[in-house]
Design a protein around this ligand. Sequence first.
Ligand SMILES: Nc1ccn([C@@H]2O[C@H](COP(=O)(O)OP(=O)(O)OP(=O)(O)O)[C@@H](O)[C@H]2O)c(=O)n1
Ligand SMILES: C[C@](O)(CO)[C@H](O)COP(=O)(O)O
Length: 246
Amino acid sequence: MTSAAVLTSAGSGTRLGLDVPKGLVELAGETLVVRAARGLADAACLSSVVVTVPAATLDAFTAQFPGGVVPGRAVPVRVVPGGTTRQASVAAGLAALDDDVDVVLVHDAARCLTPPALTAAVEAAVRSGRRAVVPALPVTDTVKHVGPRGDQEPDGAEPVLATVDRGDLRAVQTPQGFDRALLDAAHRAGAHRGAAEGSAVSDDAGLVEALGEPVWVVPGDERALKITTPRDLAVAEVLLRERSLR
Ligand SMILES: Nc1ccn([C@@H]2O[C@H](COP(=O)(O)OP(=O)(O)OP(=O)(O)O)[C@@H](O)[C@H]2O)c(=O)n1
Ligand SMILES: C[C@](O)(CO)[C@H](O)COP(=O)(O)O
């Protein structure tokens, strides 16, 4: 049995605001999707990677992986069309995994600077018997629960309902690791939610939680940031420069 990854890259990158899907955006001369796939390969625990991409740009993404492998690495890559939500894209990726895969890591191409050691730690935690594992960081801001914005508030202000105890909060990253049978069951049970953004889960662990199965948090890493906005891309460039100076 082996471990494999589903690398989600089927989003459009609307908030990044460029004229190509986010996975094809370059960071220091290399696309986010290739950087993310190489990071997974360098964890040295994965036998293959399934990349989910926008159907309209299947060829452009496939061309990122000449010979059907992660560039410079021997890890095989399969590029498949994703869905209209991240949840649906992951489901499409799971359907394309080889039969001998028993541990799955689900990763965002948008988190392309994730250190290989984090991927290896998540995979090892699943192999050690924890069937659903997410990396996460403590929340550092004070967090407020707000009520509905009153139409009568001309400045759009929202009323505060409560201050949440941040000591119990974690900001969750990827890769998230799962026993494959559990993740398949969770996606089957939650499939009806995946068609629309309003009902879809924002991470795979959410589907496992909905089954009532335990999910475990392990320490995340600041370098696993999600590139969402132009500012995030600029931060990623700084992180890369820092890395090359070391
Ligand atoms: N239908 C979708 C939507 C998102 N994703 C992937 O899920 C990850 C997290 O999504 P996000 O960062 O929000 O990316 P986008 O959906 O591309 O961003 P935006 O909402 O700004 O369009 C990304 O790697 C993205 O490609 C996906 O595979 N399929
Ligand atoms: C899966 C994820 O990266 C964990 O933080 C996140 O939930 C993805 O959310 P998005 O709204 O699709 O960016």
